[in-house]
Write a protein that binds this ligand. Sequence first.
Ligand code: HXC
Length: 257
Amino acid sequence: MSDSKEVSISIENKIAFITINAPKTLNALNRKIIKEIHQHLYNIKYDNDVRVVIITGAGEKAFVAGANIKEFASFSKKEGQELAQSGHDLLFNKIANFSKPVIAAVNGYALGGGLELAMACHMRVASENAKLGQPEVSLGLIPGYGGTQRLTQLIGKGKAFEMILTGQMISAKEGLSLGLLNYVVSLEELMPKAIEIASKTIENSPAAIKKSIKAINAVFGNIGLQNEVELFGQCFGTDEFKEGTQAFLEKRKPNFK
Ligand code: HXC
């Protein structure tokens, strides 16, 4: 049993609700939180009482505001690469290849690793206040939890370049029009909408669903993800990485020479 209260799970009507609750950092992902979500997924994988998973963030401000910048700000190249690789192994690829549908209920900021978490899920519903972005370049980094691959797969190369190279956030409405989100609803309607989609999948054959997920994922290879992990690791320890992360921690704009 984990002693942390940062990730909780409840199961109701064959739906597992996984909630990330770390308000002080806007639900930013650290290694402990990643391990906790991993453990919950492991526990429900073969549980016949669970047919679908909904992942959300607690509160009304953030789904997940990214990987925890404080945690990795002093990482070396090796540690940076290991951060990305272990994230994929424990969580992001686990979700993408999970045998049951996983739905992200995006209740606010989904930035960096937060948007990447939502994109690893099979479907995304967001509330109107949600803001989506890959701001890593402002930290001297690149997206390292699959963003360069999954964002491009979801919205196409041109818009993926725009989001990643400008680092700017987009609104939920724009995310919907780009195909990044399946639905946008009011905050009150977020969970009901996610449950509605979940309930529709529950009516269908679990074996056929499992095979569908496998078949759809087979459209995309893993070489790009591996390449991303290596490039992500190369960012660590550079002057630009130090400036980008320091600037965030000091609450100022970075000054890249
Ligand atoms: C650590 C974070 C955080 C993060 C927010 N906080 N995001 N801490 N890591 N990713 C903390 C802040 O430091 C602050 O702590 C508290 O949460 C509230 O945040 P504020 O910035 O004061 O709130 P606000 O002004 O409303 O701005 C909200 C925000 C901003 C726009 C979401 O917090 C923000 O830009 N966050 C960083 C987003 C980001 O760059 N994400 C990508 C991370 S890199 P204090 O102690 O001051 O109250 C990444 C890499 C993924 O995700 C790949 C890894 C392999």
